[in-house]
Design a protein around this ligand. Structure first.
Ligand SMILES: [Zn+2]
Length: 121
């Protein structure tokens, strides 16, 4: 029987307070791409440890100077039901509406709590 992905496994690395460890774990298995533009993408991934599904949004702002482009990943956990029907627009809209893992290239990942309401069950 597959691992339930409802609420994340409370002790799993993919949702741990160690945001760098969570960032690595939540992208363990690529399931499908919802949007695959060169500078903006949305992927559906799963934690290789517990099976929790994640929507991973990637945005790149191209700089026209000698500095590296600004790259940002925003990761939110999704339920199996959401994962089954998730499209890029819905996945993009989820970032910020629930606990979101944020990683800027060259910086340490961090968690940001939901701006309005959060699901606790
Ligand atoms: Zn996990």
């Amino acid at each position: 029987m597959p691992v339930a992905c409802g609420p994340p496994v409370p002790s799993c690395r993919c949702i741990s307070d160690d945001a760098e460890a969570a960032f690595a774990a939540c992208r363990g298995t690529h399931l499908r791409s919802l949007d695959d533009d060169y500078h903006h993408g949305v992927d559906l991934t799963a934690c290789a440890l517990c099976g929790q599904r994640f929507a991973v949004r990637f945005d790149e702002r191209v700089r026209f100077d000698s500095e590296p482009d600004d790259q940002t990943w925003q990761v939110v956990a999704v339920t199996p039901e959401e994962a089954a029907t998730l499209d890029a627009a819905r996945a993009r809209a989820l970032a910020g509406t629930r606990r979101t893992l944020i990683k800027h290239a060259g910086s340490t990942a961090f968690w940001r709590q939901a701006s309005s309401s959060s699901r606790t069950s």
